[in-house]
Design a protein around this ligand. Structure first.
Ligand code: PLP
Length: 361
């Protein structure tokens, strides 16, 4: 068996330990004679899986009791509509910071349902930085204030949160969930598609403060109302059972093998530092993001020549490092180094970059 280092932005690598355990339990989950893929979501045994996934997430992320945890479908993208349907129902206003494609999509969707305002943007420099925010420009009676915390495509991250006062802060944490500790009490709602850091595709996690649930617009489709899923314990309809099971195993790995989010953060910082330090010293490769806003998870870089970029991606693939091609809007390369990417994977990449620079610099 040969496994590659997969630098994909998502779906992405899963911990080998989790894949082995899932393989072991594939034919007969804990003596019940069936796979988790096959069992009824109304069975006791599946209920114990989803309960365990929720309690592990609460423990690992230190989620306060006045927050609901939902396991939904529809990807991060469905949240772009669910958020305004459910939250844009007081003044009907919301502030958005445009830090890339995902934030812009969320903003455009919200503008269909209410008074969404783009209060800042970093589009002028291809989203290579997080804009400095001036609270005097914030809408004081907004129903919420929206950010994309880690910008998967452009490789930027908020290292300090905007001071929104009593306006609930809403964050897309799809590409940074469980990469480091965050203080959930600072947010009204966070959400994440699971396919970056927690599970295969098909699961979206929403963590929402209890008082924000139950005020949806009159015409909100039943499936897009958070209250439906709070009342149904995330089982109003058939949930993505197998993906929730893998999510449970990944959370166990974070808790027991890694030792929690402080350790996860230290490991992620060590991986990112190795790559950024090399980029800062290289004469051929350059990071595209201003140093103070760099992401721990997604690292875009370029050589300055499209031909060399293409040659690098092709040779890296042959050497067992796949999906290093950058997003089409940025060009160059991007290494996504999520939780499950081992330190050795980044070491292998940096060694390869050094050799490539010697041969082509
Ligand atoms: C991947 C991603 C999304 C989109 O998720 P889907 O599950 O494909 O809808 C949204 N936001 C961010 C930050 C992402 O990285």
């Amino acid at each position: 068996m040969k496994r590659v280092y997969n630098f994909s932005a998502g779906p992405s690598m899963l911990p080998e330990e989790v894949l082995r355990r899932a393989a072991d339990e594939m034919m007969d989950y804990k003596g019940c004679g069936q796979s988790v893929m096959e069992m009824s979501h109304r069975s006791k045994i599946f209920q114990s899986i989803i309960d365990s996934a929720e309690s592990l997430l609460r423990e690992v992320m230190n989620i306060p009791d006045n927050y609901k945890v939902l396991f939904l479908q529809g990807g991060g993208s469905t949240q772009f509509a669910m958020i305004p349907f459910n939250l844009m129902t007081g003044s009907g206003k919301a502030d958005y910071v445009l830090t890339g494609q995902w934030a812009t999509k969320a903003y455009k969707e919200a503008a269909r349902y209410g008074d969404a305002k783009a209060i800042a943007s970093s589009k002028d420099k291809t989203f290579t930085y997080i804009p400095k925010l001036d609270p005097s420009t914030f809408t004081p009676d907004a129903d919420y204030f929206y950010i994309c915390m880690n910008n998967t495509i452009y490789g930027t991250k908020y290292h300090t949160l905007p001071a929104t006062g009593s306006v609930p802060l809403v964050a897309d944490i799809s590409s940074c969930i469980c990469s480091e500790p965050i203080d959930i009490s600072k947010f009204g709602l966070v959400f994440a598609g699971a396919q970056k850091n927690l599970a295969p595709a098909g699961l979206t996690i929403v963590i929402v403060r209890e008082d924000l649930v139950g005020h949806a617009m009159e015409k909100t489709p039943t499936m897009l109302n958070y209250k439906t899923h709070v009342d149904g314990g995330s089982m109003f309809n058939t949930p993505p059972c197998y993906t929730i099971y893998i999510c449970e195993l990944v959370l166990e790995w974070i808790k027991n093998t890694i030792g929690g989010l402080e350790n996860m953060k230290a490991l992620n910082e060590k991986k990112a530092k190795l790559l950024y330090d090399f980029l800062d010293s290289s004469k051929l490769f350059h990071g595209t993001v201003v140093p103070e806003d760099r992401s721990l998870m997604n690292v875009p870089f370029v050589t300055g020549s499209d031909d060399l970029n293409a040659k690098f991606v092709a040779q890296a693939t042959d050497a067992g490092m796949v999906n290093l091609k950058g997003h089409r809007t940025v060009g160059g390369m991007r290494a996504s180094i999520y939780n499950a990417m081992p330190y050795e994977g980044v070491e292998t990449l940096v060694d390869f970059m050094k050799k490539f620079e010697k041969a082509n610099g």
